[in-house]
Design a protein around this ligand. Structure first.
Ligand SMILES: [Zn+2]
Length: 135
């Protein structure tokens, strides 16, 4: 019988690191503490919104691509893509918006060691921000 590969902190797999990076980026984004659209501050309402969806691997964990939004504004964004794009252009400003577009274009394949480095960087940022994964 084939032994099932288990992810541990010592031998991380891509899916383990993907999970950790999704979680750490979300925590860092939500630590901003308020919805970028309506100003909602109740933490339970805050979500991490991807401007370019998670399928755009090159910016999946790029903080420029992530917005702290409340559940209701997040839903609004997905239901109104044209208005959402206008909102993002205004929120980021022309320069950052163009920067994000440029970063989102190349299809990128993350290497394990790159994911590991980003995970370590995120976890030090989380320590500074005083946020951590749910137990
Ligand atoms: Zn909101």
């Amino acid at each position: 019988m084939k032994k099932k590969k288990r992810a541990t902190a010592k031998t991380p797999t891509k899916s383990y690191l993907t999970n950790k990076l999704d979680q750490s980026c979300s925590l860092i984004t939500r630590s901003k503490g308020r919805c970028v659209k309506c100003g909602e501050q109740r933490y339970q309402q805050l979500q991490c919104c991807h401007i370019y969806s998670r399928t755009y691997k090159s910016v999946r964990w790029d903080l420029l691509n992530l917005l702290c939004m409340c559940a209701s504004c997040h839903r609004w964004g997905h239901n109104n893509p044209c208005l959402f794009t206008e909102f993002v252009q205004t929120y980021l400003g022309a320069e950052q918006y163009e920067e994000l577009k440029a970063r989102a274009e190349p299809t990128s394949h993350w290497k394990i060691h790159e994911m590991q480095e980003l995970r370590e960087a995120n976890e030090s940022a989380m320590k500074r921000l005083g946020v951590w994964y749910r137990k």
